[in-house]
Structures are given as structure tokens and as C-alpha cells.
Design a protein around this ligand. Structure first.
Ligand SMILES: Nc1ncnc2c1ncn2[C@@H]1O[C@H](COP(=O)(O)OP(=O)(O)OP(=O)(O)O)[C@@H](O)[C@H]1O
Length: 510
């Protein structure tokens, strides 16, 4: 089937409703996606965006409503049916097999689809996709050796090889470097120009305004509005999403740093045994009452720094001190006992336990302390009350504290992690990409919480690929490139240009 750019309605949803028990996640949604456009789907955490796209891609079935593709009614009971009709989703959590090569991943076809399996066919299709879109894969590279951006590219090539014409991107920039995002933005425009339809789910309005043609905002499961990007402003869309206008961010008071909280000295860490070093002679100080940001592109050594401080990765040499205590045999338990806390980057594998309830997840760090621990037992009533109070304070939207964590929307899971890690008043919080997946209001909320933590005398080590975030939040910024600290700047002197210059310099200036 071929498509003409701008040849009218691709996918039309009418009155789509989806309930989970008594909760209505999608409420009579009408949505029109046209061939040749990039359509941004916006809304706060829990607004119903993912649920709607799961219906479109055959993962969920609607309770009410109809869908049509190219004017013909469709209903999908399985994702393969949607893909066969040309609808594919680039997930946040990729669906690739890391131990196979890129070509082998392309060659695997799900059961029940008509494509020929096999490498020769996959190679031919990949060549066709490259000719049409410029997207090139590395056929013989193991997926486990590919960067996040390269894996995402393979996901897209896979969908295009399988004939996807309508592509849904779910927060695609979350783990990308600015350069990788620029590439992806160009690709989305190219796909639209060739007649595909692109749906972009994103919380970053700067990205939406850079690539989208039209927008639809969901609020509380229903459509709050739809329109053209041209003639709209980010403020209008935020107001539609939130239901009110957001107060401007408050000016931050200057930091009043106190005693050193985290002291790292001459830390050397290798990436693989006998491989290149991930960290080289890293010195870093984070004092009580300040936020120190680490600026650097993904893969500069940030993960290794966190893992080493936490004690899950050995160091070749160097020392780590927390609250004046040298962490000799580092273990995560020792890190927490010394007053550390971590907001990890990987929510799904590290930060939450999906099979446990929201309340259990929130209380995980408080179980050994009063008032939850009483004579060697956990006071379940106190635990429930604490979870309910913290869920409300951190604005976690859920049906209750007993809702399984895996059933919360991604942003609400992240808020629960913050509630757990900040509520025990740690001395040092290591926050890695703390607002990943959060909507605008929740992002402001997290920024405020981290700043308040600092103002109460806590220390924060902020690790983020988002330079604007690092500049906005940090009192001092350490620039990390290729495993070395290239310089440390005070907030007042930290500009994108100066940080960028340090990232690319070969000199170590501090
Ligand atoms: N399988 C499920 N069972 C029960 N409730 C669910 C289920 N899936 C989603 N929900 C609820 O439906 C609501 C909408 O969730 P959804 O994931 O669609 O939101 P979203 O707009 O994608 O949010 P985010 O931006 O945080 O990803 C949430 O309140 C969520 O808790």
C-alpha cells in the first residue's frame, strides 16, 4: 500500500473509551492523525497517552469507540495485527535482543506475519530503508555494543522494514544526547515528508515546537484540545495540560554550603577488565547545602561514578568519603547507612519493584526505622499511613497505596521513587536524570524538592544529560568528558558555551 504525503486522514479514533475497573483512563477520545504530519500527543503524567497508544497498537482493546485507518474500520486484538496494518510503536524500553547482531534482530519476524524470515531478506529490506530514509544500521554489531541512540535507530529501521507507515514515538529523546535528538528530529520530518504519519509523545515542549505540525492535549483521560503548532504557544499548551497557568519558577537563594558530604579523590575505574578507563583521576566534592551538577554527554563515565560510589563497581584506586567516613569496603547498604540516597536512572530495572504495591515501594527505605519498625516487626498501619501521606505530598496519582507499582503511569512511578528517597532526609542524594518522563508540573515539583533539600542542609549530586537542567539547578557544575573532570564552574559563570568548551577541551583545568 502506498501513501501520498498529506493525502488526508490516516488514523481516526471516535469515542474511544478504556476503563481499568472503576477508573476511566481514556474517556470518549476523538483523534485524527493525517498522513504527512508529525502529531504531538501531550498531557500530564497519567493523562492517558500511553493507554491510548496501546489501543492503537493492539496491546489493549477499547471498551467503547471505533478506529479507522484510511477510512476503513479496523480493530486490533494483537500488536502484530496493528503492525500488519502499518502501525508501529518505538517503545521507551526497547524490544531488541541484546545478544544478537543488528541484522539478526531485523531477521526475526513475529509469529503470524507474512514476511519472509532470514538474513538475506532482512539485508535487502534494510538497504531499501536506508535508501529511502538515510537510516543506516551496523548489521554485524551486537545490539549490546550499540549506544542508546543506535538501538533506537535499529528499532525504527525494524518497524520500517516491517512496513510501518504510522510510527508512534513514546518520549524518544529521554535517553538521547542533544546531537542524537537533532538527528531524530530530522528523521521525523523526513518520514512525514515522505508521507508517513508520526505521533510524538513528549513532555518537552521545545522538542514538540521544533518538529510537530499539530498537537492534541489529553487531560484526565479526555481530549482537552487540538490544534496547529503554528499559531500556538508553549504557555497555551501548558495551561491546557495542567488546567491552570503555572506559576513562574521562583528565584533560588544562593547556596550556603557547609561541611563536605561526598569527597571523591583520585578515583580510577575501568570500563571492562583490561578495557579503557571509565574514570581517570576523578576528584569531586559535594558539600552539605549545595547542588553539584555533572555535565557531560551520555557515556562520559557518569554511570561508573555512581556505581563506584554505591559499591557495585570496584575501583582501581582512589577513595570515597561520605559524611567524613571513608567508605572502605563499599556496598549499597554501607552507602545508605552513611546517609546516602539514590534516584537511579533506570526506573524499571533498579528503582521500583513492579510487583509490589505503591505503598511498599514508598516505604522500602523506612522499614528498619521508627515509627514503622517496632520491636522487630513492621507496624503495617503506620506503614500504610506513611505511604498515603507521602503519596499525597509528592502528588503521586494512583487508585490507592495498594495499587501495584507496575500499574502506575511512568511519571507517577518516578514521583514515588522521589518520595521514597527524599523522605528519609538523607545527607546526600545522588539524582540521576531525576525528571525523566515527568510532565512540566512534576518537573517543577522535583526541582523545588531538590532545592528545598539543599536549603535544609542536604547535599545533592545531580547527573543529567540535559544541560539546561544542570545549569538551572546546580550551584557548581563539574564537566565530565571521557572519564575526566575537565573543570568545575560556579553557577554564575556556567554558560552552555563555557561548558561546551570544557567538554571538548583536552586540557584539564581544575
Ligand atoms: N493496566 C492498568 N491497570 C490499571 N490502571 C492502569 C493500567 N494502565 C494504566 N492505568 C492507569 O491509567 C492512567 C493513565 O495511564 P497512562 O500510562 O496512559 O498515562 P500517560 O499519559 O501515558 O502518563 P505518563 O506521562 O506518566 O507516561 C494512569 O492513572 C494509570 O495508573
Amino acid at each position: 500500500m502506498t501513501t501520498d504525503p498529506g493525502s488526508g486522514s490516516a488514523l481516526r479514533l471516535s469515542g474511544i473509551t478504556k476503563r481499568f475497573g472503576a477508573f476511566t483512563a481514556n474517556d470518549r477520545i476523538d483523534l485524527d492523525i493525517a498522513w504527512g504530519e508529525v502529531h504531538a500527543l501531550l498531557g500530564e503524567n497519567g493523562a492517558g497517552k500511553t493507554t491510548l497508544m496501546r489501543i492503537v497498537t493492539g496491546l489493549y482493546q477499547p471498551d467503547e469507540g471505533t478506529m479507522s485507518l484510511d477510512g476503513t474500520p479496523v480493530s486490533f486484538r494483537r500488536p502484530e495485527q496493528a503492525l500488519r496494518a502499518g502501525i508501529g510503536m518505538v517503545h521507551q524500553h526497547f524490544t531488541l535482543v541484546p545478544t544478537l547482531t543488528e541484522l539478526e534482530n531485523l531477521a526475526m519476524a513475529p509469529a503470524g506475519v507474512p514476511w519472509r524470515n532470514g538474513r538475506a531478506a532482512a539485508r535487502r529490506r534494510a538497504a531499501e530503508v536506508e535508501a529511502a530514509t538515510g537510516l543506516r544500521i551496523a548489521p554485524d554489531r551486537l545490539v549490546s555494543d550499540a549506544s542508546v541512540g543506535e538501538r533506537q535507530r535499529l528499532e525504527i529501521v525494524k518497524l520500517l522494514c516491517r512496513g510501518a507507515r504510522l510510527l508512534i514515538f513514546d518520549e524518544p529523546s529521554a535517553a538521547l544526547s542533544p546531537g542524537e535528538w537533532d538527528e531524530l528530529a530530522k528523521l521525523m520530518r523526513r518520514l512525514a515528508a515522505e508521507g508517513h504519519a508520526v505521533v510524538l509523545i513528549s513532555h518537552k515542549l521545545s522538542e514538540v515546537f521544533a518538529v510537530a505540525d499539530r498537537w492534541t492535549v489529553l487531560r484526565g483521560g479526555a481530549v482537552a484540545g487540538t490544534g496547529d503548532i503554528a499559531g500556538s504557544t508553549p504557555e497555551q499548551l501548558v495551561t491546557l495540560m495542567v488546567g491552570e497557568s503555572l506559576a513562574p519558577r521562583r528565584e533560588r537563594a544562593p547556596a550556603a554550603p557547609g561541611e563536605p558530604a561526598l569527597v571523591v579523590r583520585e578515583l580510577n575505574v575501568e570500563r571492562h577488565p583490561d578495557g579503557p578507563q571509565a574514570l581517570e583521576d576523578v576528584d569531586l566534592d559535594v558539600r552539605a547545602g549545595e547542588i553539584v551538577g555533572i555535565a557531560g554527554v551520555a557515556g562520559s563515565g557518569q554511570a561508573e561514578l555512581v556505581e563506584t560510589v554505591l559499591g557495585i563497581r570496584p575501583a582501581l584506586s582512589g577513595s570515597v568519603e561520605l559524611a567524613g567516613r571513608r567508605l572502605e569496603r563499599r556496598t549499597p547498604a554501607g552507602f545508605y547507612a552513611a546517609g546516602g540516597a539514590l534516584i537511579p536512572e533506570d526506573r524499571h530495572h533498579v528503582a521500583v519493584i513492579g510487583g509490589m504495591t505503591l505503598g511498599e515501594n514508598i516505604n522500602l527505605r523506612a522499614l528498619r526505622q521508627a515509627p514503622l519498625a517496632r520491636r522487630g516487626r513492621i507496624d503495617l498501619r503506620a506503614a500504610r499511613q506513611r505511604a498515603v501521606r507521602l503519596a499525597a505530598e509528592y502528588e503521586v496519582r494512583a487508585t490507592g497505596e495498594s495499587q501495584p507499582m507496575a500499574r502506575l503511569s511512568g511519571g507517577n512511578q518516578q514521583k514515588a521513587v522521589l518520595a521514597r528517597e527524599l523522605s528519609t532526609e538523607p545527607l546526600l542524594v545522588i539524582a540521576v536524570q531525576p525528571v525523566r518522563g515527568l510532565d512540566v508540573r512534576a518537573t517543577e515539583f522535583v526541582y523545588r524538592r531538590l532545592t528545598e533539600h539543599r536549603d535544609r542542609g542536604g547535599a545533592v549530586l545531580l547527573i543529567s544529560m540535559d544541560l539546561d537542567e544542570v545549569i538551572a539547578l546546580s550551584d557548581r557544575i563539574a564537566v565530565l568528558a571521557h572519564g575526566r573532570i575537565r573543570g568545575v564552574l560556579d553557577a554564575g559563570e556556567a554558560t552552555r558555551a563555557r561548558i561546551g568548551a570544557l567538554m571538548t577541551s583536552s586540557e584539564v583545568t581544575a
